[in-house]
Ligand binder design. Structure first.
Ligand SMILES: [Zn+2]
Length: 61
């Protein structure tokens, strides 16, 4: 099946037998994110987390 990334709107073809395909079929509203965007989001989240912990923790390690 074809899925569209919610962030970059890139169309990707995924295997119907994969877990994500089944999930999308059951709940089409459950939108798809391509690996590229997923990585970017994850990295951003991790960066934010790191920035926050740097603020709250003393830097004498
Ligand atoms: Zn994307």
């Amino acid at each position: 099946m074809n899925v569209k990334c919610i962030l970059c709107e890139k169309i990707e073809s995924i295997d119907d037998d994969t877990l994500i395909a089944k999930r999308l079929k059951n709940r089409p509203i459950h939108t798809y994110m391509c690996d590229e965007c997923h990585d970017r989001i994850t990295k951003k989240a991790l960066d934010r987390l790191a920035a926050r912990s740097a603020e709250t923790q003393p830097e004498d390690e």
